[in-house]
Design a protein. Sequence first.
Length: 316
Amino acid sequence: MFSYRHAFHAGNHADVLKHTVLIATLDHLLEKEAALTVVDTHAGAGLYRLDGDYAGTSGEAAEGVLRLLADKKAPASPAPAAKSATKKVAPEAEAPLADAIARYLSVIHDFNPKGGARIYPGSPFIVQHLLRDHDKLKLFELHPTDARTLDANIAQLEAGRQIAVLREDGFGSATKFLPPPSRRALVLMDPSYEIKSDYGRVLDFAAEALKRFATGTYAIWYPIIPRPEAHDLPRRLKTLATKAGKPWLHATLTVKSSKLTTTPTGETQRPGLPASGMFLINPPYTLKPLLAAALPQLAERLAQDRHATFSLDSGG
Ligand code: SAM
């Protein structure tokens, strides 16, 4: 059941989108003094080596965070012409780096003070890095190896009772922390979608969580792949938020076409993950303008072909 290992994907374009949104959201939530609880329902191993075996084999970070870091030094290349795009990717060569991207890269830099991104922080470490002493972090991870690694990585922080690592089903039991005593929480749902039922479980979880704690901020990552469940998820989340009378925000980033390609030897090749989205319920009001500036630059700088594009939508 658990073949997914995030170490192969750490720092890829999906992580760039997810972690840029996560940091921008947290920055806003942490402006208020009252304690914040962050619940990470699918935590992963917490910390990754981009020069290690896993990430080295997949090379996905090279097309993600490492590309952004390299681009920061050089002027951005002219944007690819996006065709049937929700938004065309406009040339951004002259534009300074958008605030949300600069902030994301500054957090990556905090883990790599000598430069580069040899160490890539997953969501647990990004969150812990930003939290204050009186905030709390609840981490759920089911994969036996990743849960052990997460435990060991978190133990090194000596954060005591601030962080709880639970080797439990995030979908099944994370709602027990809602609402937290301070009634301020961010819930990140970042499943691997290895099994089709993950899509439905995300919806069920979000519905149950909203019932328990209607004012929490919920951030859901999902892959944009040719699969009906993936296609329907943002639409169903929109319906859920709208029926609950809650504001929502939906951001997507596409880096390449989702079409199958054929190699010169006639083999059919899958494109790998071409795009992903972040759906937020009760997003901070500051997020949309930050993403409006960041997404065109991400689409331009992480483009792998002329189909690179982005979308940003909100309601409620
Ligand atoms: N959120 C992490 C980050 O941003 O660095 C990455 C998480 S990864 C995409 C998804 C993780 O969820 C995997 O490590 C997988 O083992 C774990 N997982 C899968 N099903 C789970 C479940 N039902 N409960 C908790 N963890 C689960």
